[in-house]
Design a protein around this ligand. Structure first.
Ligand SMILES: Cc1cc2nc3c(=O)[nH]c(=O)nc-3n(C[C@H](O)[C@H](O)[C@H](O)COP(=O)(O)O)c2cc1C
Length: 301
C-alpha cells in the first residue's frame, strides 16, 4: 500500500504527544504507507517548564480560541488519504498552538474533503476541547472518522497535583517519591500502537466509516461520569473569567485570582459536589448519563 499517504500534525511541549504519535503511526509505516509527520511550532513558543504565572496567563486566549503565528512549515502533498490531528487540551479548550494549527490557511486547505482522525494526549479533561475541534473540522470541510484519547488514568486529584508538578518543573517523575508519575503511562503510550493498527486496517479496507465503532469497543475513547459532570459545568465559568481578564489593562491580579479560584474549585468544591451528586442525584439520571457518554464518544456535532 505504498501509494497511501498519511499526514500527522502535532505540537508538543514535553515530547509526550510526539511519543504518542510515533507509536500510533508505526503500523502505517510498517504497512508501507507514506507517513509525513509535521511538528508545528508557534513563532514565539510557549515555555516548558512553565513558570506559574505564565501557565495561568495562557488561560484566556486558550478558552477564547485565539491563535498565534506559526513558524513556517511545508507540507509535501496537497492531498492526503488520512490526516491525523494530534493535540492536547489547555484549560478545557484546544491548546493555543493546536488551535492555531487548525485555523492556519495551509492546513485548512489540506483538511478540506479529507478524512481526519483526532488523537488526544490529555490529563483527563478533553470533552470540550473535542467539541470545539469537531466544529472547526466541520467548518473546514474535513470528515472526522475517528477519535483516540489517551489520558492520565490516576484519580482526578492525584493527576491535578502531578500535572502541575510536571508542567512547572519539566520533570515527568514521581513528585515527592509518593505521587504517581504524571501524564499518560508508558504502557498506554505503547498500547497506542494497537489503535494505530486499527485505523491503518480500516484505511486499507476502505472502511473508515466503521472505524469509530471499533475504537469505542476497544476502549480507545473512555468517558468517565464524574469528569463529564465537571466538564459540562466548568467551561461557562472559564469563559466568564477569560472575558473578564482580557478586558483588564492589568491582567496580573485577575490571573492570580483565577489561579486560586481554580485550585479551590478543583481541590475543594469539585470533590464535595461530586460526592453529593453521586449520593443523591446520579441515580435519577442514569439513562441521560449513558446517552451523553455515547455522544462524547462519537463524532457528530
Ligand atoms: C496550560 C495547560 C493547560 C492544560 N489544561 C488541560 C486540560 O484542561 N485538560 C487536560 O486534560 N489536560 C490539560 N493539560 C495537559 C495537556 O493536555 C497535556 O497532556 C500535557 O501538557 C502534555 O502535553 P505535551 O505533549 O504538549 O507535553 C494542560 C496543560 C497545560 C500546559
Amino acid at each position: 500500500m505504498a501509494n497511501l499517504k498519511v499526514l500527522a500534525l502535532y505540537y508538543t511541549q514535553s515530547g509526550q504527544l510526539e511519543e504518542i504519535v510515533n507509536h500510533f503511526t508505526l503500523p502505517f509505516t510498517e504497512a508501507g504507507m507514506s507517513v509525513e509527520k509535521v511538528n508545528i511550532r508557534p513563532e514565539k513558543d510557549f515555555p516548558f517548564p512553565w513558570k506559574s504565572e505564565q501557565f495561568f496567563e495562557a488561560m484566556p486566549e486558550s478558552v477564547l480560541g485565539q491563535t498565534v503565528p506559526l513558524k513556517p512549515f511545508e507540507l509535501k502533498e496537497s492531498h492526503y488519504d488520512l490526516i491525523l490531528f494530534a493535540y492536547q487540551p489547555w484549560f478545557l479548550s484546544l491548546s493555543i498552538p493546536a488551535n492555531s494549527m487548525l485555523q492556519h490557511p495551509t492546513i485548512k486547505a489540506v483538511l478540506k474533503g479529507s478524512p481526519v482522525v483526532t488523537l488526544i494526549g490529555a490529563r483527563n479533561m478533553w470533552l470540550n476541547a473535542q467539541e470545539k475541534t469537531k466544529k472547526i473540522l466541520a467548518n473546514s470541510g474535513a470528515k472526522l472518522v475517528g477519535n483516540v484519547v489517551l489520558v492520565d488514568q490516576h484519580s482526578n486529584l492525584a493527576s491535578a497535583v502531578t500535572i502541575l508538578y510536571w508542567m512547572l518543573t519539566g520533570k515527568k517523575d514521581k513528585y515527592l517519591g509518593i505521587f504517581p508519575k504524571p501524564g499518560v503511562s508508558e504502557e498506554d503510550i505503547a498500547h497506542n500502537y494497537q489503535f494505530g493498527k486499527m485505523v491503518c486496517d480500516h484505511l486499507q479496507d476502505h472502511s473508515l466509516n466503521d472505524l469509530q465503532k471499533e475504537l469505542v469497543a476497544q476502549k480507545a475513547v473512555v468517558v468517565e461520569s464524574d469528569l463529564m459532570f465537571i466538564e459540562e459545568r466548568a467551561p461557562r465559568l472559564f469563559s466568564i473569567w477569560a472575558n473578564l481578564i482580557t478586558k483588564r489593562k492589568n491582567r496580573k491580579p485577575w490571573l492570580i485570582a483565577f489561579k486560586y479560584y481554580l485550585l479551590i474549585a478543583l481541590f475543594i468544591v469539585a470533590p464535595i459536589v461530586l460526592l453529593v451528586n453521586r449520593l443523591l442525584f446520579r441515580v435519577f439520571f442514569l439513562s441521560r448519563i449513558k446517552r451523553k457518554k455515547k455522544y462524547y464518544q462519537g463524532l457528530e456535532n
